[in-house]
Design a protein around this ligand. Structure first.
Ligand SMILES: Nc1ncnc2c1ncn2[C@@H]1O[C@H](COP(=O)(O)OP(=O)(O)O)[C@@H](O)[C@H]1O
Ligand SMILES: [Mg+2]
Length: 220
């Protein structure tokens, strides 16, 4: 017979173990760094992505500083991020504010943790979902994916008399299996609801935390 102290100790151990497992599952892309160090990682990767895009320099200013701070807390799993650390990201903002680029930066940073965040443009998703490439469709339901620029595709396509709703279908399936999903869009949540219905809006809200980019287009 164990003493009550031993039992308590065991319960404590178990719950810590469980917490660790849970935390690990939710945070396999979290970095054990200070926020200053994380900021430096983001900055360096951002310059690398800028180079790949023939952009002279990745600029941090009032349009994106808040978003980048939020991303820093997200990657650290820092509570200063607010609610929703265990979700994917919903990056929104006007055209040309750097949403796609930020997504590419996130994907590069995930590579440091050996995580493959596959980026699909919304039009690519539409063309896969319209096709009869079942393997490609299946790949959209697995792993970590990002859908860049939802809203530029048509909501519905008629394919041989049946209706395909690419974004609705992918979001619904990934919601059901709790897959990490990342989104970028020019649409506001209200516009998302008007376009895709309140079910998609609610699911996205459950699946993702918002990061907002502001201001003028950076396209020259
Ligand atoms: N922080 C930044 N500093 C400098 N150039 C940027 C920055 N963010 C984006 N850009 C550039 O601005 C243009 C638009 O960026 P992009 O990510 O395509 O915007 P969005 O996806 O929001 O429309 C691209 O040429 C990109 O390289
Ligand atoms: Mg874009």
């Amino acid at each position: 017979m164990k003493t009550i102290d031993q039992l308590f100790q065991r319960i404590n151990q178990l719950s810590t173990q469980q917490q660790t497992i849970q935390k690990k599952r939710l945070s396999n892309f979290r970095f054990d760094l200070t926020s200053k160090e994380m900021g430096a990682v983001i900055w360096n990767i951002a310059q690398l992505v800028a180079q790949q895009r023939n952009t002279p320099e990745y600029i941090i200013d009032d349009q994106n500083r808040k978003a980048l701070n939020k991303l820093t807390y997200y990657l650290l799993g820092d509570e200063r991020f607010g609610d929703g650390l265990h979700k994917g990201l919903f990056i929104r903002g006007p055209v040309g504010t750097g949403k796609t680029m930020l997504l590419e930066i996130v994907a590069e940073i995930f590579k440091l943790k050996r995580i493959n965040l596959r980026i699909f443009n919304a039009l690519e998703i539409a063309s896969i979902m319209k096709s009869n490439d079942e393997a490609a469709k299946k790949r959209l339901l697995e792993g970590y994916i990002a859908i860049d620029d939802i809203g530029i595709e048509d909501v519905e396509y008629k394919v041989f008399g049946s209706t395909v709703r690419p974004i609705f279908d992918v979001i619904s399936s990934r919601y059901a299996t709790r897959r990490f999903t990342f989104i970028t869009t020019n649409l506001t949540p209200t516009e998302i609801e008007a376009r895709y219905g309140n079910r998609v809006r609610d699911r996205l809200r459950e699946m993702t935390s918002q990061i907002v980019l502001n201001g003028e287009s950076r396209r020259k």
